[in-house]
Design a protein around this ligand. Structure first.
Ligand code: ARG
Length: 465
């Protein structure tokens, strides 16, 4: 038999290969809830506008509810021969309620249907991602409060640069996550317009009410141009762009966890919950979760690249190429979700080795800038001269194989006679971080205040729901 949905023009079955390349049910079945919600809104509107009868609309609504629960319970037989979620649902509806099912597709096309479903789907993803990022931020804030005064080495070029606090480092990721959330919220605003009722591409001659269906589905308004409504996928691209940036943040943090847990560094450890062993080397404790977060980033960025390439040459309006928009995106979103949850778990799990961090913070003459700043402040030296003097003192300490605070005062005075013993007060890593009180700086006092402010902000957000 030829296809039930458009069989009038056809007399033969599709070739097996045709069916294989055309089918999308394996992917778009994940949008069943959105598809059914959109159909219910459409049917109710058709009845309200007098386009179908109230009793047909009622039967359609009931039938759709039955299908929703059948799919939810795993009692639904998805058929590949029915190509996609839209036709699977409609075909089952006609089994359940007979001819009235055939009226549901009045003033609608699969083109506006799929665009509507996927917008609803991505909107859910955006909301879930926002909640996952809020939980990630909360974990970071809790640990930052705990470690507002824990000194660690700060790095540039992965070389010890200046001492910072562990809490400060964690709060850096809270800020990144806040911008990520902002990007997702922006994407949500632009996404939240309804394509439904654009029909195939040109709109419809039926007196539909697109404002009503938009409202019923929680959209802010109907999309203004029917061609645009069925043919753009920028809402997926924008979400994947934000997701890619977010994944890069996760990946950078994951990479730090890999470095910090290496026995060569040993700044933090993860428990058995977030590590795995080796089948051959009994001593191993591998940070697999962090490594996989790093790798999942490839999937997210890959999904963005893939869809950009699918879209780049498509003329208006709908082209079947666009059916390839979902698989990569859905996989990318799932990868990001897992990455965020894994990072949240590791943030809660990790145990810093504060003693080791403190020693590492002082290595490599990390308080040299504090010495230079002291020369500027106390001896009124221009910073460039102070930099030079400090460089000579560091060279001397390095030659003698001692840390800055271990170098005798006399040795420093040989290089700069005006140096007094007060200088010793700025050479420890604790005094260094304590002195960084500039706005946004690493001083424990700042960090504790920032962490508390974030905790409040997150709590307020939760209350507002
Ligand atoms: N399965 C299709 C998709 O995902 C639905 C839209 C099909 N439209 C069409 N004109 N063939 O894009």
């Amino acid at each position: 038999m030829s296809n039930k949905m458009w069989g009038g023009r056809f007399s033969e079955r599709p070739d097996e290969i045709m069916e294989e390349i055309n089918v999308s049910i394996d992917v778009d079945r994940h949008m069943y809830a959105q598809d059914i919600a959109a159909s219910k809104a459409h049917a109710a509107m058709l009845a309200a506008q007098g386009i179908i009868t109230a009793s047909d609309a009622k039967n359609i609504g009931k039938g759709l509810d039955t299908i929703l629960s059948e799919i939810g319970k795993g009692d639904f037989a998805f058929k590949r021969s029915l190509e996609d979620i839209h036709m699977n649902v409609e075909s089952r509806l006609s089994e359940l309620i007979g001819t009235a099912a055939g009226r549901l597709h009045t003033a609608r096309s699969r083109n506006d249907q799929v665009a509507t479903d996927f917008r609803l789907y991505v909107r859910d993803v955006l909301d879930e991602t926002d909640a996952a990022l809020a939980a990630f931020q909360q974990a970071l804030v809790d640990r930052a409060l705990e470690h507002a005064g824990t000194v660690m080495p700060g790095f540039t070029h992965l070389q010890t640069a200046q001492p910072v606090t562990f809490g400060h480092h964690l709060l850096a990721y809270v800020e990144m996550a806040a911008r990520d959330r902002g990007r997702f919220q922006d994407a949500r605003k632009r996404l939240n317009e309804s394509p439904l009722g654009a029909a195939a591409l040109a709109g419809t001659s039926f007196p539909i009410d697109r404002h009503a269906t938009a409202k019923a589905l929680g959209f802010d308004r109907p999309m203004a141009n029917s061609l645009d409504a069925v043919s753009d996928r920028d809402f997926v691209l924008e979400t994947l762009s934000a997701a890619s940036i977010c994944a890069v943040h996760m990946s950078r943090f994951a990479e730090e966890i890999v470095i910090w847990t290496s026995p060569l560094v040993g700044m933090i450890s993860l428990s058995d919950k977030f590590t795995t062993g080796s089948s051959i080397m009994p001593q191993k404790r591998n940070p697999d979760a962090a490594e996989l977060v790093r790798a999942k980033t490839g999937r997210v960025i890959g999904a963005l690249n893939g869809l950009l390439i699918v879209m780049k040459g498509l003329p208006l309006a709908y082209q079947k190429d666009m059916q390839e928009d979902k698989q990569g995106a859905m996989e990318g979103f799932a990868a990001l979700s897992l990455a965020i949850r894994a990072m949240t778990g590791m943030v809660r799990d990790l145990v810093p080795d504060a003693a080791k961090m403190k020693v590492a913070a002082g290595e490599g003459y990390a308080t040299a800038t504090d010495l230079a700043d002291w020369l500027v402040r106390t001896l009124k030296m221009p910073f460039r001269d102070a930099h030079h003097v400090t460089g000579r003192i560091v060279a001397k300490a390095s030659k003698d194989g001692v840390a800055l605070h271990e170098l005798p005062l006399a040795a420093m005075q040989e290089i700069e006679p005006k140096i007094t013993k007060e200088v010793m007060g700025v050479l420890s890593v604790e005094s260094s971080v304590k002195s960084r009180t500039s706005f946004g700086g690493t001083a424990p006092k700042n960090v504790a205040a920032q962490a508390k402010a974030w905790a409040k902000r997150l709590e307020k957000e939760r209350k507002l729901g």
